[in-house]
Write a protein that binds this ligand. Sequence first.
Ligand code: SF4
Length: 265
Amino acid sequence: MNDEKPAKPVRHLLGLSGGKDSSALAIYLRDRIPEMEYFFADTGAELPETLEYIDLLEDYLGKPIAKLNARRDFDYYLKLHNNYLPSPRQRWCTINLKLLPFENYVGNDEVISYIAIRADEPSRAGYLSTKPNIKTCFPFKDDGLNKEDITQILEESGLGLPKYYSWRSRSGCYFCFFQRREEWVGLKKHHPDLYERAKEYEKGEGESGKVYTWSQAGTLDDIVNRAESAPEQKKTTPRSKKLIDRFSDSDDDKDSDESCLICTL
Ligand code: SF4
């Protein structure tokens, strides 16, 4: 008699960020990989529109989306980092609030993690787990799907884009430092309470009296005031601009392709 336990089946996991690409990938693979497990690493600082979209997606997929939480919240890790706000070079937020919860969720299981990098962004790189039991798979890249295909998938599903795409080009925390100037303006307009909270973090603490800012360009109020006093045509997205062009806007931003794959795809 063989006492060996049967090998645990490989898990198929798809992380949702509340962004367009991972959402489209979930829709694309729903019927192709019925055993897929979906998860969303909630930083506790997500936009309400993101949470709303995750709920809609859950209904569409017909399966629960596991909500992963970090062991501690953002404020805890901020203190741990001497109140230094995270930045593109100091991405402790991604590691603690997104990556580690994912790795804990996986444990030692053999996993295939499906990543929504498109065929038209071959050079995109970001934070991916390097644990040996986690293999990555890039279905959009492998199948040659680009931006237009993603738009089509979302439109045909009836889900469309999350509402924040009218003023912001990617998902992620409301205070994410990858936001462009216009997006901070959008945050102030659409979520004045969250804008105020983001500002609170800039106060800093401690004897040095040092003020930490989300952007090297100055405090949020500096950035927003400059944007609001800029010529009108630079502030607004033309009404005729199509969905797909708004996606392109984010690709113009130097930092966008370096932003977290796990946060914003
Ligand atoms: S969305 Fe931005 S602020 Fe939030 S964890 Fe990712 S990089 Fe950090």
